[in-house]
Design a protein around this ligand. Structure first.
Ligand code: FMN
Length: 439
């Protein structure tokens, strides 16, 4: 059988395009209207996506977020509501590792796992913004990247240990013996790391029919890659072209093997931004119309910041002055990576700064514009050339863009590359990952 393609929907409240919200008659619903969110999730399930992926960031006053609505509803609570209105869709919540308590995350994700009957996922993020520290009344902690991943590893180890601390068999429910939980069969956590510690037994098992939630890791750096290859079931990456994906894919699978894992048990899913039209020109026109709704100066400032160069040296109608990269050296490997990728794309296409910022609205993710057939062809080509196991799909503007993407799915189905109905009601199985039942 031809390789199946895994597709997650990134659950943007108005779509991935930063001006997408302007298409809504009443954009005020985008922050907290439950019917809007549940409606989107149901559409995603009708389209047969593997999962919905809920990104989450704590900042509200970040200039980017003042110009674009974000879903404000707590992702895990929202997914619990969605769980009761859907039957097959995987439900991936985002929870931080640099602040907060692993025990509480273990409990809430395990709860979602049971509420959804085995469909929970956890997007493990390692960002360390100041806002949550301030909101929680804690001193701001600034760890370097290596230490951030040490802390993240401790966080995950504690969550995993709690998920196994009350195994199902410990709930003996022995009426005659007057014993409900057999203490001997519990596996109390006793963990003390450099940053985090935890003791005790979780109130519930983190496994549903033997399987724990699906772990997701999103990041770009070397440290993130190593962390993901060790702990995650699936990686969410953001590569601008096929060659970077190929390299990332090979490295991630090799790292997983190095940790004694079967590389097939690590699903690699790059982000993909699609704009579907009746023709390629129609799709590009759709994007351009939304691009024009954005204020260019703001975008230029963002671009300059992400490349570590001064914004006042950029002219909207001229090419990026590439010499600025040498004039402002950086030892940050994410900035170097962006300079290589975004700078490379700009050079290759001889973009003006304005064209580049509009191009870069995809934030370095791969973008395809075209007919359903063109987009499906591209997805199949990438899947078959050993660069990904599927994609995290960004829809430009909701819900219309999602309806358009269903035509892409129809083409994939006709070519035998995407399910025509859900095979299982278990997220892990739908993903092709091994389950407890396989052991
Ligand atoms: C594709 C992708 C999705 C991410 N989603 C989130 C998110 O929803 N919330 C968040 O706080 N950080 C998110 N992050 C940030 C990462 O968790 C991480 O902090 C960031 O990539 C910097 O780590 P790195 O330098 O190791 O790559 C995301 C990163 C990537 C690449």
């Amino acid at each position: 059988m031809a390789k199946q393609i895994r597709l997650n929907l990134i659950f943007h409240t108005s779509g991935r395009h930063d001006a997408g919200w302007k298409a809504f008659e009443d954009p005020s619903i985008l922050v907290d209207d439950i019917d809007h969110q549940v409606g989107l999730a149901k559409r995603a399930e009708e389209a047969l996506f593997d999962a919905i992926f809920l990104p989450d960031t704590p900042e509200v006053l970040n200039p980017n977020f003042l110009r674009k609505p974000r879903r404000g509803l707590d992702p895990t609570v929202l997914l619990a509501a969605i769980a009761r209105e859907t039957n097959h869709l995987g439900l991936i919540s985002t929870q931080m590792t640099q602040i907060g308590y692993p025990y509480l995350v273990a409990r809430s994700i395990a709860t979602l796992h049971h509420v959804s009957k085995g469909r929970a996922g956890w997007n493990i993020v390692t960002s360390q913004d100041d806002e949550p520290f301030l909101a929680l009344g804690l001193p701001i902690e600034r760890l370097d990247r290596t230490e951030r991943y040490v802390k993240a590893s401790e966080f995950v180890e504690i969550v995993l240990a709690h998920w196994d601390s009350l195994p199902r068999e410990a709930i003996v429910a022995d009426k005659e013996g007057d014993v409900y939980i057999d203490k001997e069969l519990t596996r109390p956590v006793k963990y003390e790391g450099k940053y985090l510690k935890s003791e005790g037994v979780l109130q519930l098992t983190g496994r549903y029919k033997g399987d724990r939630p699906v772990l997701f890791q999103a990041g770009i750096s070397q440290q993130s890659r190593a962390f993901g290859a060790k702990y995650a079931d699936a990686l969410f990456t953001s590569q601008p072209d096929i060659e970077h994906d190929r390299k990332f894919y090979a490295e991630a699978k090799a790292l997983a093997k190095g940790y004694g894992r079967n590389p097939d048990d690590l699903v690699v899913l790059p982000g993909l931004y699609t704009v579907v039209g009746e023709s390629e020109a129609d799709a590009r026109k759709r994007k351009a119309e939304f691009d024009e709704l954005m204020e260019a100066t703001f975008l230029v400032n963002n671009l300059a910041k992400s490349l570590g160069i001064p914004a006042d040296k950029l002219d909207l109608n001229k090419e990026l002055p590439y010499s600025l990269f040498e004039e402002h050296p950086t030892d940050d490997d994410v900035i170097s990576y962006r300079r290589e990728n975004i700078g490379g794309v700009s050079r290759e296409n001889k973009f003006t700064v304005k064209q580049l910022v509009h191009h870069n609205l995809t934030r370095g993710q791969r973008a395809v514009f075209g007919t359903p057939e063109q987009i499906a062809d591209t997805i199949i080509e990438w899947r078959d050339s050993g660069v990904s196991d599927g994609f995290n799909v960004n829809i430009d503007v909701q819900p219309d863009g999602l309806d358009r993407f269903r035509d892409v799915i129809s083409v994939l189905q006709d070519r035998g590359r995407f399910r025509k109905e859900y095979e299982h009601d278990n997220f892990r199985k739908n993903y092709g990952l091994p389950t407890a039942a396989d052991n």
